[in-house]
Design a protein around this ligand. Sequence first.
Ligand SMILES: C[S@@+](CC[C@H](N)C(=O)[O-])C[C@H]1O[C@@H](n2cnc3c(N)ncnc32)[C@H](O)[C@@H]1O
Length: 275
Amino acid sequence: MNSQDFEFVSQLLRKRAGIVLTGDKMYLLESRLAPLARKEGLPSIDDLIHVVRARRDERLINQLVDVMTTNETFFFRDKTPFEHLKEAIFPVLAQARRGSRIRIWCAASSTGQEPYSIAMILDQNPALTGGVPVEIIATDISDRCLERARQGLFTQFEVQRGLPVQMLMHYFTQQDDHWRISERLRQMVSFRKLNLMDPAYNLGRFDVVFCRNVLIYFDVPTKTEVLDRIAGSMNPGGFMLMGAAESIAGMTQSFDVTQDRRGLYKLASRAAKVA
Ligand SMILES: C[S@@+](CC[C@H](N)C(=O)[O-])C[C@H]1O[C@@H](n2cnc3c(N)ncnc32)[C@H](O)[C@@H]1O
């Protein structure tokens, strides 16, 4: 791939998905685009890029962006966010949202392990929310991931990552060489396509947002914009969770850090919008 084509794809990814591709990612680009070129019946990556440039075909651009997303995820990833949910978030929201409902948003849910982990916690601990109904909305930019997440079908490798064996036995049934999540858990999560680069999210207000391991692909101004937009989609008193290696430092005033709870942020009262 020549440097103009690399530049073209980098610009496209940044504009469409916020994803920043540095110059050392040529190998990554080539390894992800080669299967797409084959799938499209094109002889090479160069031809694929030529077709994208010439036709500006939205379906193809969408697929190009999709294959360039990194979808690494696993059940109960990092453990602590799920402890925060049980120990610090649900006890507060059970009181604050009494008579209403608790709305949780997984803002980059990949193949579904994160929202399904939350669903398992809720199913196992019904007393946690004091009878307040909980809604889980999970979104991602990748159609490929959303389709897999909706199916709730996981490989042996995927169920061996982070999922306690008792939960595997309780919530999944084996289907050939895959494991299918129970219908009951599948019904607890609703999956939708959403690009965090969109100027407005229009999903209503949330009490808890999981925004984990996605901002790492964006540049600082984009991180700031996305975090502020997420803050604008939250109820006063809401909580936001980030990945183990992530932080809001220097990026936004919309959230306050919490003492002794790594990765857990509270919506700042100055950022809370009154409905
Ligand atoms: C590394 S996964 C993180 C999954 C999960 N949150 C976790 O921490 O295990 C990052 C996800 O972000 C999604 N993503 C990347 N850019 C996005 C965007 N602009 N809008 C929405 N999702 C995006 C990718 O498709 C991918 O599934």
